[in-house]
Structure formats: structure tokens, C-alpha cells
Write a protein that binds this ligand. Structure first.
Ligand code: SAM
Length: 305
């Protein structure tokens, strides 16, 4: 099923394994964000999240290989996973031909998962790699986070983003996930793995220009597409679960204030040429009020009760 949502965004309701194999899939991908099920026995509607490890990593290798073929020279992939799987992620990317660039540590702002016989876990990894040695696009973004307590001098012009991202809050399962998390009328999360828009904002701004093509083969609730659309990038999302397809369609047709990325523009204000990187009309989209669910959201919420 092909679901074009305007001229810039396409949502495919099928398995990415099938979609990426089609000869007419897409002319060229410039950036892929890979946030697959982590194979840790989570309750997905349409997917067995408890595959034998060899089968799971064989599948990931196959996806990375297909993406490599479809990607423009110098194009990028960001592959997110649990930290304990780092060696498998790097191996998959290498086997598929990708050139390693960074292992990004996404240090959670929420509390660590405690360990009784080892240190508590406080981060997730995102492997960044490119097709060929030289990235086709890499914008060196500058941010200006609060100074650590023992710093004597204020920064004059912020600092470059490094490979440790500790300024992006994950959407946790409870109350602290805040407004951004999609919820039913009782406050339950509609997609427990929904990524924060700030994470995709950083990835898309770093590795693409307006007009480039962004792909999310495991689109989930559509976070990648929601951010790409606001930054004037073309986007393709593939998702297996029909429930999530509805979430994506609603999210992309009736915009929620909490999905507005323009409030983060100031965080990157020290970046040269930020307007050009961000996209000309990126700040002018009309969003619904934060308090009022849109008509489509209401209909969807009611049908899910
Ligand atoms: C970790 S979630 C992605 C969450 C997403 N980043 C977001 O912000 O909402 C993984 C998603 O992959 C979907 N999925 C699982 N197997 C798939 C397949 N073979 N093809 C496409 N999507 C698949 C699941 O239904 C789930 O929504």
C-alpha cells in the first residue's frame, strides 16, 4: 500500500525487507535512521521480538546491505541499538560496506537502569556510518549547553556537538514522557518506543540538506517523518503494523504543538548558516493548540478504547 502524505512524504504499510527489495523502491536515499525492534521480547502487535540471535543479526545485516545499495555516494546511516549489542551493530555495518564515522553515546537524561553486579546502564548507542569515506553532507552543529559547575569562563560562541549526546531526554514510559508522547485518552502510551523529535532533529540537521531524502525503515510512530517534513526534507517511512500506520497518518495530517521542532532552533543558534540548514519555511508551520486534541486524534482515540 502506498500512502503519499503530500509531496514530500510517503508511508509504506509493509515489511521493510520486502519494500527495500523492490527494484522501483526509490531513486536515491541520502540518510537512513534505523531504530528496529531490539529483539528483547517486547510486545509488538505485528512482530516477533524474540528471534534467535543469529536470525535477528542476519536480518539486520540484510537490511544494512539493502540500504547501502539504495544510498547516494557519501550518504549516511544512523543505527540505534542497546549498548550491549555494539559489536554486532558495527559488524553488520562493516559487512554491508558502510564506513564507520562515530559511535554516538546517547546518554539518557532519565535515571540509569540499575545493575546489581555491574554498573547501571545509562546510555544507548547510535552508530553513524557513511557510504564511502567522505560524508556527502556533514553540518558541524554548534550548541550552547549549560556550563559544568567547575568551569571558570563562559563560552563565547557555544561548542560543536560531540559524539556524546547528553542533552536529549528520552520519552520514558510514565508521566515524565510529557506531552510529546502519543497517548490514548487514559494517558497510556500509543507507541512505547517513540523516539524524541530532538534526536531526529540532530541527526537530520547533521547529515542532510533541505530537499534530501530521509528513510526510516522501522517508522513506528513516524518521528523521523514528522521532523523531516518540518525541515523540508523528503521522507519515506516503512511500518509493518497497521495501528502505527494510523498513528503516522494522523501525526502528519493534524500537527500537534508538541511535535513542533522550531522551539529547538535557539539551541543551535551558534551554528553558522543555520537558516539554510534548517530549511526556508521550517518555522512557519501551523500547529494545533497543545491542549486540544485534533478531530482526527479524537476519532482515533475513541476507536481504540
Ligand atoms: C523501535 S520501533 C521504532 C520507533 C520509532 N523510531 C518511533 O519514533 O516511533 C520499531 C518499529 O518497527 C516496526 N517493525 C517491526 N518489524 C518491521 C518490519 N519488518 N518492517 C517494517 N517495520 C517493522 C514495529 O512495528 C515498530 O513500530
Amino acid at each position: 500500500m502506498d500512502n503519499s502524505l503530500g509531496k514530500n512524504c510517503t508511508v509504506l504499510h509493509e515489511s521493510c525487507t520486502t519494500a527495500l527489495s523492490r527494484s522501483d523502491f526509490a531513486p536515491r536515499i541520502d540518510l537512513s535512521f534505523l531504530d528496529p525492534p531490539f529483539n528483547q521480547d517486547k510486545a509488538y502487535n505485528a512482530w516477533d521480538d524474540n528471534l534467535p540471535p543469529e536470525e535477528y543479526w542476519g536480518w539486520m545485516r540484510e537490511i544494512c546491505g539493502k540500504l547501502y545499495t539504495l544510498t547516494s555516494e557519501g550518504g549516511a546511516i544512523y543505527f540505534m541499538q542497546r549498548e550491549k549489542n555494539t559489536e554486532f551493530v558495527l559488524q553488520c555495518l562493516r559487512d554491508a560496506g558502510w564506513t564507520f564515522q562515530n559511535l554516538i553515546i546517547w546518554k539518557k537524561k532519565t535515571s540509569a537502569v540499575p545493575g546489581t553486579k555491574r554498573f547501571g546502564k545509562h546510555y544507548q548507542i547510535i552508530a553513524f556510518a557513511t557510504k564511502g569515506k567522505t560524508p556527502r553532507v556533514f553540518h558541524r552543529l554548534r550548541i550552547d549547553p549549560p556550563l559544568p559547575a567547575d568551569y571558570k569562563h563562559a563560552r563565547e560562541n557555544g561548542m560543536f556537538v560531540t559524539d556524546v549526546w547528553d542533552d536529549i531526554r528520552e520519552l520514558t514510559s510514565g508521566y515524565f514522557a510529557g506531552d510529546e508522547a502519543l497517548r490514548d485518552t487514559e494517558g497510556n502510551r500509543l507507541h512505547k518506543q517513540q523516539a524524541p523529535i530532538q534526536l531526529l532533529l540532530r541527526i537530520i540537521l547533521s547529515s542532510t540538506n533541505p530537499g534530501d531524502v530521509v528513510l526510516d525503515p522501522f517508522a513506528g510512530s513516524g518521528t523521523t517523518l514528522v521532523v523531516a517534513e518540518q525541515l523540508e526534507r523528503k521522507s519515506i517511512g516503512i511500518e509493518l503494523d497497521s495501528h502505527n500506520i494510523t498513528l503516522i497518518q494522523n501525526r502528519l495530517t493534524e500537527w500537534r504543538k508538541s511535535d513542533d521542532v522550531s522551539r529547538f532552533f535557539k539551541d543551535y543558534a551558534c551554528t553558522p548558516d543555520l537558516e539554510a540548514i534548517w530549511g526556508e519555511h521550517g518555522q512557519s508551520r501551523k500547529f494545533a493548540s497543545p491542549d486540544e486534541p485534533t478531530a482526527k486524534q479524537m476519532a482515533f482515540l475513541e476507536s481504540n478504547q
